[in-house]
Every structure is written in structure tokens, then in C-alpha cells.
Design a protein around this ligand. Structure first.
Ligand code: FAD
Length: 344
């Protein structure tokens, strides 16, 4: 079976890897000159456990499965991670119950801090490029600078992992069933060290502003959550700074008075009224949508890939998981997409 994967973010790369390991003939098309230059290159880099996710939802199921598959994949591909754990102050006891229902290890301290040791930080660009390189090593063909603008007639199946533009790609197949809009998240980077992830109490629909360490010894505060319209506007709003700093200092007092060394923004591929649109399209049997993966796609990518591959190719992976040679991105990952989008 000839399968096209449209989109070289973390989801498309994970899907291409899993399909190639099951011996499908896979070609991945990425519009940008390199992989991981959209949401997958501008997020918080947190590998979530799913402790706070709603039990029973597809998103939760795929995060939990992604977390189970993760240690082996990052170990074998040499993807860098900080196994630092997360702390959430003032946690309502229901959060501990939620973590237990999802089978995630967590502990509620007497001072009301919830500790979740399995929450890790990665370099999300290295993660995406590592999966892409492994997909290539397993036999997938990666075509960058290759924007898809027709229904790819040479392929038996097309997996739509086009992030913010997944609705446009679906329309090429006559599928108008969903719409994707940008939900902007802005971040500030500080030259201040931190040894764990600091989380706020999540509100409905948002994980809120957090503070997390980077692999290169800095810390980052963010993201904001701003519903936007312009899929090309990657700028950081002037007032984002005060919105972020007040919340970040409350969680991590050493940030008081610290000047950010950089700022960047990411655009979450948010579905209008829908989340995790994953499955065959009703409009065209050749199309499988993997769209509106808004806030947790890095964490869930391996679970999503397994789920999608199960829809397309029977049986387990036949080819070994082997590291390819990922291109080395210059400078810290959080600067790469921002520079590409000209926002620093
Ligand atoms: C601010 C922010 C914070 C986040 N924090 C986290 C976090 O801590 N942990 C976590 O797990 N997740 C987090 N996420 C979510 C995560 O980043 C996304 O869920 C994930 O990156 C989505 O991956 P994707 O591959 O679906 O989309 P993308 O990364 O957007 O990739 C889609 C790709 O498709 C390409 N494309 C589009 N149209 C075409 C076309 N016609 N032809 C060819 N290619 C095309 C694009 O160029 C792009 O590279 C965050 C997201 C944001 C923005």
C-alpha cells in the first residue's frame, strides 16, 4: 500500500515512522524547508503523563499510550529528555483521584503540592527530527519544501497531519467537516535555572501558564492562550509579557526582576468545537484525518501513530526501530521556529 503523510510535525513524523516500520511504502510531504517548523517547534516541550486528562476521552487514551511507548523510543533514538517531574501547588484532591483513574503515579504532599514524577521535558525539535530520521531509516521517503495542493492521486491512502492547515488539506478531498484555527501561546525565556516543572491548577480548556526548565539550563514561562484568526501571525503581543510575568513570578520567585532573554509564540492547531479529529474521512475513503491535535500532540504522538497505523496496516511493526541521522538544528530549539517566522 502506498501511503502519503501530509505534514512533518511531530504527529506526521510519528505516523510515518510507525507505518514504515509496518512495511508500508510511505512518503511524507512537508511544505516548509525543514520538519518541525510549526506547532511542533514552538511548544512547551513537556512530555505529559496524562495525570490531569479527562478519563475515557480519545485524547487521554492516546496520551497514556504515548507515555507507555515513550521510554523505549527515546532511549533507542537517543532523544534528549530531562526526567525532572512536575509540581503543582494548591492542587485540589480531585486531581490526585484523576491521576489514579488514569493509572498515573502521583503524590499529594501535606502542603497541598501534587508531585508527578513522570512529567518530563524534552527538546521538541530534537524529538520531531529524531522521529523523522527514524522514519527515513525504516524506509519512509521524506520530502521537504513539498506543499500538497491536490488529492495525491498516486497514493492508496493519505494521512492528513497538516496541523493548522489540516482543514485546507481535507477540503482537497471534499471534506468540509471540521475547521482549524490558531490558538496562540506566547512564551518568555529566562537565563534562570530550574530543576522541575512548575504547573498551575489547570482551568477548563487550558493548562495555564507554567514554568519549565530547558535542556540548556534556562527556564521558560508560558504559554498564554489567545484565540486568533491569522494562521501566519506568530508574533508575541506586547502585553503578553505582563500577563506571563505576574503568573510566573508567583510560581517561581527567582524570576522577580529577571529580564527575558527571548520570546516566542506557537500556534496550536485548534479544532473549532472539536478536538482530536482522528479517523477515516466520510467524504473520501482514501483520506484519514489526524487533525486538531491542539495541546498535547507531542505527548500523544506515539500513541496517535500506533492508533492510525492500526487503521491502515495490519500487524505489528516488522522493521526495527533504528535511529537515523537527524539534522542538527543550530542554536536552541526555542529560537529556531521564532527566527524562521521572524519574530525575534
Ligand atoms: C504554545 C503551545 C504549547 C504546547 N505545549 C505542549 C506540550 O508541552 N506538550 C505537548 O504534548 N504538546 C504541546 N503542544 C501541542 C503540540 O505542539 C501539538 O499538538 C503538536 O505539535 C501538533 O503536531 P502536528 O504534527 O499535528 O502539527 P504541526 O507541528 O503544526 O505540523 C503540521 C505540519 O504540516 C505542514 N503542512 C501544512 N499544510 C501542508 C500542506 N498542504 N502540504 C505539506 N505540508 C503541510 C506544516 O508546515 C507543519 O509542519 C503545545 C502547542 C503550542 C502551540
Amino acid at each position: 500500500m502506498r501511503i502519503a503523510v501530509v505534514g512533518g510535525g511531530v504527529v506526521g513524523c510519528a505516523v510515518a515512522l510507525e507505518l514504515a516500520r509496518r512495511d508500508a511504502a510511505v512518503v511524507l510531504f512537508e511544505a516548509e524547508p525543514e520538519l518541525g517548523l510549526a506547532a511542533s517547534g514552538t511548544n512547551s516541550g513537556i512530555l505529559h503523563t496524562g495525570f490531569d486528562s479527562t478519563p475515557g476521552e480519545l485524547e487521554t487514551e492516546l496520551i497514556l499510550r504515548g507515555a507507555a511507548l515513550r521510554p523505549r523510543v527515546i532511549g533507542e533514538l537517543g532523544i534528549p529528555v530531562l526526567k525532572c517531574g512536575a509540581e503543582l501547588g494548591g492542587a485540589p484532591p480531585e486531581l490526585l483521584d484523576n491521576a489514579r483513574r488514569n493509572g498515573v503515579e502521583a503524590e499529594l504532599r501535606e502542603d497541598g503540592t501534587l508531585v508527578v514524577p513522570g512529567e518530563w521535558v524534552t527538546d521538541p525539535v530534537a524529538y520531531t527530527l529524531g522521529l523523522g530520521a527514524a522514519a527515513e531509516a525504516a524506509g519512509a521517503e521524506l520530502r521537504t519544501g513539498a506543499r500538497v495542493d491536490d488529492d495525491l492521486p498516486g497514493f492508496d491512502r493519505v494521512v492528513n497531519c497538516a496541523g493548522l492547515h489540516a482543514d485546507t488539506v481535507a477540503r482537497l478531498f471534499g471534506d468540509r467537516s471540521f475547521e482549524v484555527y490558531p490558538r496562540k501561546g506566547e512564551f518568555l525565556v529566562f537565563a534562570v535555572p530550574l530543576d522541575r516543572i512548575l504547573l498551575p491548577v489547570p482551568a477548563k480548556g487550558t493548562k495555564g501558564v507554567l514554568v519549565f526548565p530547558t535542556l540548556d539550563g534556562r527556564c521558560v514561562a508560558g504559554p498564554t492562550a489567545v484565540d486568533a484568526d491569522d494562521k501566519d501571525d506568530w508574533s508575541v503581543r506586547e502585553r503578553a509579557r505582563e500577563e506571563i510575568v505576574a503568573k510566573a513570578v508567583a510560581m517561581h520567585p527567582p524570576l522577580d526582576g529577571a529580564r527575558p532573554v527571548a520570546a516566542y509564540a506557537g500556534l496550536r492547531p485548534a479544532g473549532r468545537g472539536v478536538n482530536y479529529v482522528v479517523g477515516p474521512s466520510r467524504a473520501d475513503a482514501r483520506l484519514v484525518n489526524v487533525a486538531a491535535i491542539r495541546s498535547t500532540g507531542l505527548s500523544a504522538s506515539l500513541g496517535i501513530a500506533e492508533h492510525v497505523a492500526d487503521l491502515l496496516v495490519e500487524g505489528p511493526a516488522r522493521r526495527p526501530l533504528a535511529p537515523g541521522r537527524p539534522p542538527v538544528a543550530a542554536g536552541p530549539w526555542w529560537r529556531r521556529t521564532a527566527e524562521h517566522r521572524a519574530i525575534v
